[in-house]
Design a protein around this ligand. Structure first.
Ligand SMILES: *Cc1c(COP(=O)(O)O)cnc(C)c1O
Length: 385
């Protein structure tokens, strides 16, 4: 089986992890700070805050912006459920903005129209979360412009976008957002086993995030109510969680961060070969960003139902039967039963739904061999018809 993605763990990674296991601190030790610094420095952000997953990171990012009951959060339907779930964790209302059929990212025109309608009804969102699907950067300049005009906050879901470059530089630099959230799950560009990092340039948000990931506790007398009582003293000044990342995970993440550039270059190389080899087939790859660089966490195509003799569903099954681990990213979130119960339905976001019916993610990972890629293309050509 050729998987759609596969992590790479080197001897250096294993050494970094065993070093932690032999050390006195398995959690809240120096590896977490090293990991945070590696991510923040790479992205050019002031702060990096490590958490147990990107899901936890999205939740805390919303809490740091004080999202709560009565507030609205908007994201795209074409994402993993985590991007929308964070609104529900906070008791806020969720809504979606449709995607652009070529970029497969949030459509800035659809966003503007929806904002104008929401403004007229006094129903503007407090937070908008664009998702850099497969690492292709969203049009953040336009989204930031709209955020100034309509007064919402922006969190980037960069779970796919470690190593991507947008209009203003490396994603995670937060040039056009308040915070950026990365995932270090093993299928992503670099991994810590499980884990997430939030980057931000705002000191106040970094401070809140650090407190929220550790039960709402502070040891800083400047943030306490009243005076401290001694060296043992801490105060819980708000409700927080245990969303800490262990040093075991952080050591793996920090060690892997050294290879982001190598991985993203190799992923782009494989993507270029797919572009060339798929030419002439009844498929349309996700449109590349006009500027910058994609991490190519995923290589996503649409099977054109008018040109292809065989359906996406049939081709997908044949690929799997032939040992090619294709995937679909993503089932539109608003069609999931939990979201249907909130009143969403098929037909609400036609672009995301049309894409879903045609979508196929082809295998792409740094260790993929030329033979594996040729075999994938050959099998795709055969299964399409
Ligand atoms: C993987 C993923 C997440 C969640 O990441 P975890 O680290 O597994 O919590 C969130 N959003 C998107 C778009 C993802 O692909």
């Amino acid at each position: 089986m050729i998987p759609y993605g596969r992590q790479e763990v080197t001897e250096a990674d294993i050494q970094a992890v065993t070093d932690v296991l032999r050390s006195p601190r398995l959690t809240q030790g120096p590896a977490v700070e090293r990991f945070e610094k590696a991510v923040a420095d790479y992205c050019g952000a002031r702060h990096g805050i490590a958490v147990s997953s990107a899901t936890a990171g999205l939740h805390l990012a919303c809490l740091a912006l004080r999202l709560g009951p009565g507030d609205r959060l908007w994201t795209v339907p074409t994402t993993y459920v985590a991007t929308a779930n964070c609104a529900l964790y906070c008791g806020a209302d969720i809504d979606f903005v449709d995607i652009h059929p070529r970029t497969l990212n949030m459509d800035p025109v659809a966003l503007e129209q929806k904002l104008e309608q929401a403004a007229a009804r006094g129903m503007l969102p407090r937070i908008v979360i664009p998702v850099h699907l497969s690492g292709h950067p969203c049009d953040m300049e336009t989204i930031r412009g709209l955020s100034h005009r309509f007064g919402f906050r922006v969190i980037e879901d960069a779970s796919h976008a470690m190593g991507s470059r947008g209009q203003a530089g490396i994603i995670g630099g937060c040039h056009h957002s308040d915070m950026t959230v990365f995932s270090f799950h093993p299928v992503k560009v670099v991994t810590s086993g499980e884990g997430g990092v939030i980057t931000t340039n705002r000191d106040d948000l970094a401070e809140s995030l650090r407190r929220l990931r550790n039960q709402g506790i502070t040891r800083d007398p400047r943030h306490m109510n009243g005076a401290g009582e001694g060296p043992w003293f801490y105060q819980q000044i708000g409700l927080g969680y245990n969303y800490r990342l262990s040093d075991i995970h952080a050591a793996l993440g920090a060690s892997q961060m050294a290879r982001v550039e190598t991985y993203v270059r190799r992923r782009n190389e494989l993507a270029r070969r797919y572009d060339a080899d798929l030419d002439g087939l009844p498929v349309m790859p996700q449109a590349r960003p006009p500027l910058g660089r994609s991490s190519f966490h995923l290589y996503v195509i649409r099977v054109n139902p008018r040109e292809s003799p065989r359906s996406r569903d049939d081709a997908f099954k044949e690929m799997l039967e032939s040992g090619i681990g294709v995937q679909v990213h993503f089932i539109p979130v608003h069609t999931q039963p939990v979201y249907r119960r909130l009143g969403f339905n098929w037909g609400d976001f036609p672009q995301a739904e049309a894409y879903y019916r045609e979508a196929m993610t082809l295998p792409l990972f740094p260790a993929m061999t030329d033979e594996e890629q040729q075999h994938t293309v050959h099998t795709l050509r055969h299964s399409l018809g």
